[in-house]
Design a protein around this ligand. Sequence first.
Ligand code: AMP
Length: 420
Amino acid sequence: MSDPLQAPRGTFDILPEQSAARLEVERVTRAVLESAGYGRIETPVFEPTELFTRSVGEATDIVQKEMYTFIDGGERSLTLRPEVTAPIVRAYLQHGMHKLPQPVKLWYLSSCFRYERAQKGRYRQFWQIGAEAIGSDDPAVDAEAILLLSTILGELGVKDLHLRIGSLGGTEARERYRELLKTHLRAHEDLLAGDVRARIDLNPLRAFDSADPSTREVMSTAPLLLDHLDDEDLDHFAEVRSLLDAVGISYSIDPTLVRGLDYYARTVFEFNSDALGAQSGVGGGGRYDGLAEQINGPPTPGFGWAAGIERILLAATSLEDEAARTDLFVILENQNRPTKASGFALAAGARAGGMTAQIELAGRSVKGQFKHADRIGARFVAVVGDGRIELKDLSNGEQTEHADDEGALRALIELKGADQ
Ligand code: AMP
C-alpha cells in the first residue's frame, strides 16, 4: 500500500533551505557554459517511448527495466525522460537547427526518471545538468565539453575527482570488435554471470561493467576495443587527448570504459569522486555520431555529457546550505486596518526598493513578533502602531521614529544605502 503522506520511494522534496546550494550549481553551470556559447534548452518531461528505445538501446538496463512508461488518453505510449540527450537531438532535428551555424551548443538543467534501486546518490527522480554540442565531429568539441564540465565541478568544489577517458571507435570498428568479444565470451560462457551470458549477443560490451568476480576474471583477458580502432578513430582520440593536455587536464585512459547507453561512439569519459561511496559517478558522456540516424534523422555528429546534481552536492565542499537573508521585518502593534495597511505598504515599498521584507502574517503578540524577526535573521524591524512607525536596526539597537510608512521607507533606504 502506498502512503499518501510519503513521497514515493527514491524521490525527495527540495526544501527551501536546500535551494541555495542548488541555485549555486545552476549559476555556475550557466556562467561556465554560456561563456563558451552554449544556450539553455528545456524539453518536455515526457516523450514518445520509441525515442528512448531507439536511441538509448533495447538491450540497456534503462530500456529493459528502468523506464516510467505509460499509455495516455490517446493510446500513445509515453515515457518520462530517463536522460536528456535523445530529447535534445530530437529537438535539434525537429526545429531544423542544422540550418544554424554548427555545432549548435545547448545546455540544460532537467529532472530525469529511472526505476532504479534507490540508495544514497541513486534516486528515481534526480536532476542533471548537461551540455550537448551537435553538428560537428571535430575532436575539439569533445575536449572543450570535457574541459567545461571539469571547470564546473572544480568551481563547485567537488572533491577527489578523477577523469577517465576512452574511445569506442566508429561503427565499423566496433562491429568487428563486438564479434571478437562475443567469441571470447562464448569461449568462457560457463564462467559468466547469468545476466552477462543472456546479453552476449545483444550487448556484449556491458560485460565490462559486471561486478561479478568470475565475470571480471574472464574480462581481464578479453580483447580491448582500443586495440582494434581504425586509424581515423585513433587520430580523433589522440587529438582529444592532446587538447586536454594543452589545458592541463589530467586523466587516465580506461580501455574498458563502457557507458550504459548504446548510442556512444568514439570518445567516452567519466568523472568519478572518491568522496562518494558506491555511486561514485559524478558525470560523464561522450560522442554519439549515430544517434540522429537511430531516431530517423539525417547523419549528424554530436557530443554531450550529463552530471547528477545530487551527486555534485554530496561530493562538494563549498556548497553549504545558507539561511536566507531578511532586510526588514514589519511588526504590527495591533491588528487595526490602518496599522496593517501602513505596514503592508512599507514592506511592499522595501521590496520594490530591492530589499527582502516580510510582514507579520500569523497574528503573533508583539513579543512573539520580535522573536520571529530574530529567528529569520532580520536586520531591521519596523514597529507599526497607530500613527507612528519605529524603525530599529537590530545590529546596533539604533532607533528612529516616523509619522508614516513613506517616511519610514525613506529612512530605511537611506540606512541600507549607507550600509553598502
Ligand atoms: P548517465 O546518464 O547514466 O550517464 O548519468 C549521468 C550522471 O547522472 C551520473 O554520473 C550521475 O551523476 C547522475 N545519475 C544517473 N543516474 C542517477 C540516479 N538514479 N540518481 C542520481 N543521479 C543519477
